[in-house]
Design a protein around this ligand. Structure first.
Ligand code: FAD
Length: 396
């Protein structure tokens, strides 16, 4: 088989790229190891993705936002960060006159489903499901992707969106920096007696971190970060005992909590590829930048990266140039590095500072929070970043 662009991985990043490339005139093949029925109706995986205004605008432009059901979209009224039992909180809220939320929580499986429906409706990409990419040869004129059924695809460009533990990244000879936080995050939905007021809270308690993400007035996603051993113990609890454990760890702030979903553990490992491109090859989504979830930027960056890569490829295609050539790939790599590297380092610094149990870290957290709480310009800058829309998408 021959195509212009072969994308490996039909997760949120791979699907976003395919959707962004519609209308470019480029042939697109998506290779995914999961069955098409799973892509059409992905199961709940516990992740509630906080989307920025820029991401919302991009999804709206692609037609994916309109495919989400209202029940899947939870506006975020305010975000608060708390350190131990200090009364001081860092509060982030939209400017009073904006009349808009800080962002939105949308379940990961709903994003996947809406993107899949979008790509199918566009009718331009071809899906090869239940097949895994297992081999890669990067040639001067074409790249050859080998699949586990013995077939191969010759493409002018191969894009790997095959998770942060990307196999293709290694096959392309690209090394990646890896940071293992030695913690596991358990995510699950809970129902609670008191309303959450649409406030997302991240609380750094002693020995663990607990975040509450508001989904409906009396339903939140409870995000618990603990040691792997503690995570194994918590995963083995009955649903009732887990609800009681979350109630206790959240110190009853929202009243009694009951588990209303399955629980999903995620080991926390951040990954940053040393290069985003090679000859006829590019990395996208978590395969390029796998973020710690604390600043909620993984998919937001994956989507903006897919948008950028698609723009570079479109520009090449419109000139009749080679989409797998060095110029569009280097332009993408430079832009995506600029957009992601400061956020990656800042996120890792925050994640380390907030999971360190030693007294100096507690004091450093207190100082950072106090500075953030006292300095209105700092708060305004964070809020402005979350709510910013690229000028070209302002009207989307
Ligand atoms: C608990 C948690 C909370 C998060 N919260 C947020 C948030 O609030 N905001 C935010 O922006 N981000 C958040 N993220 C990050 C976000 O979920 C990821 O950035 C995003 O899902 C990555 O998408 P992806 O398509 O790159 O990878 P994946 O979702 O991992 O998808 C990769 C796809 O590739 C397929 N695949 C892999 N290897 C092969 C192969 N060899 N051949 C064929 N197919 C293959 C897989 O089957 C899969 O479908 C969170 C992550 C976690 C764990």
């Amino acid at each position: 088989m021959r195509t212009d662009v072969a994308i490996v991985g039909a997760g949120p990043a791979g699907l976003s790229l395919a959707a962004c490339l519609a209308g470019s005139g480029l042939g697109i093949v998506l290779v995914e190891r999961q069955p098409e029925t799973v892509l059409a109706d992905p199961p709940f995986d516990g992740r509630e993705i906080a989307l920025t205004h820029a991401s919302q605008a991009m999804l709206a432009r692609l037609g994916a936002w309109g495919r989400l059901s209202e029940a899947d979209i939870a506006p975020i009224g305010e975000a608060r960060v708390l350190n131990g039992h200090m009364p001081l909180a860092l509060r982030l809220s939209p400017p009073e006159r904006a009349g808009e939320p800080l962002g939105w929580f949308v379940p990961n499986h709903a994003i996947r489903r809406s993107l899949f429906e979008t790509v199918v409706a566009q009718g331009e990409a071809r899906f090869l499901c239940e097949r895994s990419a297992v081999g890669l040869e990067l040639g001067g004129r074409e790249a050859r992707l080998s699949l586990d059924d013995g077939s191969a695809i010759d493409a002018r460009l191969v894009v790997a969106a095959d998770t942060r533990f990307s196999i293709l990244r290694g096959l392309a000879g690209i090394a990646a920096d890896r940071l293992d936080f030695g913690k596991t995050m358990i995510v699950a939905r809970v129902e609670h007696d008191r309303p959450n007021g649409r406030v997302a809270t991240e609380w750094y308690a002693h020995g663990y971190t607990i975040a509450m993400l508001p989904l409906r007035d009396h339903v939140s996603s409870a995000v618990l970060t603990v040691s792997p051993a503690e995570a194994a113990r918590l995963m083995a609890l009955s649903d009732e005992a887990y609800g009681a454990e979350v109630t206790r760890r959240y110190e009853g702030r929202l009243g009694r909590m009951r588990l209303v979903s399955t629980r999903h553990p995620y080991p926390l490992v951040a990954v940053y590829a040393r290069r985003f491109v090679a000859r006829r090859f590019a990395l996208a989504g978590d395969a390029a930048v796998g973020m710690h979830p604390t600043t909620a930027h993984g998919y937001n960056l994956g989507l903006s990266g897919a948008w950028t890569l698609a723009e570079c490829l479109r520009e090449a295609a419109s000139r009749g140039a080679d989409p797998g050539g060095a110029r569009p790939l280097l332009a993408y790599a430079a832009a995506h590095r600029r957009a992601s590297l400061p956020m990656y380092h800042a996120t890792n610094a925050i994640a380390r500072l907030y999971t360190d149990e030693r007294a100096p870290a507690f004091l450093a957290r207190a100082a950072v929070l106090a500075a953030g709480a006292a300095l209105a310009p700092v708060r305004r800058a964070i809020v402005a970043r979350l709510m910013a829309r690229p000028p070209a998408l302002a009207a989307a």
